[in-house]
Design a protein around this ligand. Structure first.
Ligand code: HEM
Length: 332
């Protein structure tokens, strides 16, 4: 995470001061790179990567399906369906190739695929099948990159709108890191930076809708819910509900001071879901975001381009429709 962010920052350092970039797409490229490397030790963010290309085409299709109520069935021969089927096949083949080559030459790669391949069922002692490995790997790739990128895009936006809070992050980084890279040991001390991220997940929860199916007939607050109904919990609404939050639309990282957290009902805030299916990547995401925020803020001041339109687009994640444009100013 540190080295990927440092290499992005080095790329930006070659740009003239004040250059405008879309920080949302830059962050997406970064989180895809981190996901590919931590998962398979492969950089799939590169335009030349066939795995990356197939992944992006497939992912675009998922977004299209989620945003259009009526779409032709998969078997129908439209160009979009064809592209999706082709990219799915490529993705399956390439991930299978990675698994095959790992099985033939077991290397000691410090990545998640190696951990999944080494995992054994506690009761049967069996490892995962290739199909399971492939499905796990692709799920983690999908669940693990756009979510973090969306969250960070909104964080940059909120920091641009609240320069006093960006300045507080600078103070903390100076005190804790003193110009050095964030390390595993130092991360817990970046308390304010983490709270800023938590608050940004409150205002703009990337996984904005959480569906569940009712197992039995039920009644909630007078509403009858028949068995088998899909219920969608709307985080965006709960996270801004005046019953749980003072000045709900205000960006205030102090909402996550322990004293404040203890006063609220547990599920007033659930960006990562809850219960048995709580996000498995929660710690990964918070660590990644804190590292990226720290390194980018150490090297650059980001000034929001106020004339650029900012609009929420609730797709697979809650992402900014037109990106987030900022001017990059190097810190001396
Ligand atoms: C800010 C970033 C993230 C957010 C907001 C987020 C949010 C969520 C939510 C709401 C769920 C569904 C939980 C439920 O149904 O109760 C979920 C599931 C999941 N997430 Fe995340 N996630 C993030 C990052 C990640 C990362 C980085 C990874 C992987 C490295 C990941 C992997 C997964 C997986 C595999 C599941 C399915 C878990 C299961 O069904 O058992 N997520 N995530």
């Amino acid at each position: 995470m540190v080295s990927c962010t440092k290499s992005l920052v080095q790329e930006w350092e070659k740009k003239p001061d004040g250059e405008v970039i879309d920080i949302a797409s830059e962050t997406l490229r970064l989180t895809l790179k981190i996901a590919g490397l931590t998962l398979f030790s492969t950089d799939i963010s590169d335009d030349s990567s066939s795995l990356g290309k197939a992944f992006r085409t497939g992912f675009e299709f998922v977004n299209y399906k989620m945003n259009n109520l009526v779409t032709p069935p998969l078997w129908f021969p439209t160009p979009r369906n064809f592209r999706f089927r082709q990219s799915k096949q490529t993705l399956d083949n390439l991930v299978q190739e990675i698994i095959n080559s790992r099985r033939q030459n077991p290397v000691d790669s410090p990545d998640l695929l190696s951990m999944l391949m080494a995992a054994k069922d506690e009761e049967t002692g069996e490892g995962m099948s290739d199909e399971q490995l492939k499905n796990e790997a692709i799920t983690l790739l999908i669940a693990g990159h756009e979510t973090v990128a969306s969250a960070l895009s909104w964080t940059w936006y909120l920091l641009g709108k609240n320069p006093d809070i960006a300045a507080n992050i600078q103070d903390e980084l100076g005190k804790v890191l003193n110009g050095n890279n964030p390390t595993f040991e130092k991360l817990p001390q970046l308390d304010y930076t983490r709270r800023v991220f938590e608050e940004s997940l409150r205002l703009y929860p990337p996984a904005w809708a959480l569906p569940r199916v009712s197992l039995e007939d039920d009644e909630i607050e007078g509403y009858f819910i028949p068995k088998g109904t899909i219920i969608t919990l709307a985080k965006y609404v709960t996270h801004r509900h005046p019953e749980f939050w003072e000045n709900p639309d205000e960006f205030n990282p102090d909402n996550f001071l322990p004293s404040k957290v203890n006063q609220r009902p547990k599920f007033a805030y659930f960006p990562f879901g809850g219960g048995q299916r709580i996000c498995i990547g929660k710690s990964f995401a918070v660590m990644e975001a804190t590292i990226i925020m720290a390194i980018v803020s150490q090297h650059f001041k980001l000034e929001l381009v106020n004339s650029h339109p900012v609009e929420i687009d609730p797709r697979f994640t809650l992402h900014p429709k037109y990106g987030i444009k900022v001017k990059l100013w190097k810190r001396s």
